[in-house]
Design a protein around this ligand. Structure first.
Ligand code: THU
Length: 244
């Protein structure tokens, strides 16, 4: 049941190959992660990367793992990096981590969230809050940047928030607040802009700058002339006429 639900959450418009993962953390939570494919393939997020980063972003330590569907990309690498064992416990005996937070003051939460950033390499904390709606109530999914070891395999705060939301079955449905107190000007990197463009194109970003000022922008405006190609979509490709 959980397996089917998680696989359905994977966002795989290009490969059509669902992949999901569960990481058991030392705190007793089970962190879900689903594959998130982006039209610029190299910035896609593997299901195990999503689950491990969600765990680390909750100041937790990954201890065991289980996967469903297609084997997650770089699975053996993540297992070696954190010496993950195969999950023996029944998933149902652990509580599924739910990233949703209800708060009347998300701007304060954005500040306190900075303490969760995992930044041994950069010492440059970033926090992000993604608005969702649950039972007609506004709630937030938090993200912080995570540097697990190799620089290229960590995730920015914005991508942790988006992949956590999708892995938990929440649709982005409002703004994303982003705070990088050590930046001259808080602004999502190019890779995050592409991910945000493909997952929440019609929403705004509210940027909280180091000097206390703020600015608001649409995701669309932050990525003019963005990369997209319908020819990458698997279902369209399969229906193409054969010119051979
Ligand atoms: N970072 C973010 O979290 N968001 C961005 O949009 C820019 C960069 C993080 C990634 C890394 O942990 C640190 O900032 C330095 O690049």
């Amino acid at each position: 049941m959980l397996e089917k639900t998680l696989l359905e959450r994977s966002h795989v418009p290009f490969s059509g190959q669902g992949s999901a993962c569960l990481i058991e953390g030392k705190k007793g939570f089970l962190y879900p992660g689903v594959r998130l494919e982006i039209s610029s393939f190299p910035i896609s997020i593997s299901s195990v990367q999503a689950a491990v980063c969600s765990c680390l972003a909750n100041q937790d330590e990954p201890i065991s793992v289980k996967w469903f569907g297609n084997k997650p990309e770089l699975f053996d690498f993540w297992c070696d990096l954190f010496r993950l064992s195969e999950m023996k416990k029944q998933a149902e005996s652990l509580s599924l981590y739910d990233p949703m937070i209800s708060t009347s003051d998300p701007d304060i939460l954005l500040q306190t969230l900075l303490d969760f950033a995992v930044t041994p390499a950069s010492d440059f904390p970033v926090s992000a809050l993604l608005e969702i709606h649950v039972n007609d109530q506004t709630a937030w999914v938090p993200g912080v940047n995570v540097e697990p070891g190799p620089w290229s395999l960590g995730l920015c705060a914005e991508r942790v928030a988006v992949s956590r939301a999708l892995s938990a079955g929440y649709d982005p449905s409002g703004i994303m607040k982003i705070h990088a107190p050590k930046a001259e000007f808080s602004s999502p990197c190019g890779a995050c802009r592409q991910v945000l463009f493909e997952t929440m194109p019609n929403y705004d970003l509210e940027l909280f700058h180091g000097d206390g000022s703020r600015s608001r922008h649409t995701v669309f405006d932050l990525l003019p002339m963005s990369f997209l190609s319908t020819s990458l979509q698997k279902d369209l490709r399969e229906n193409k006429p054969d010119h051979s």
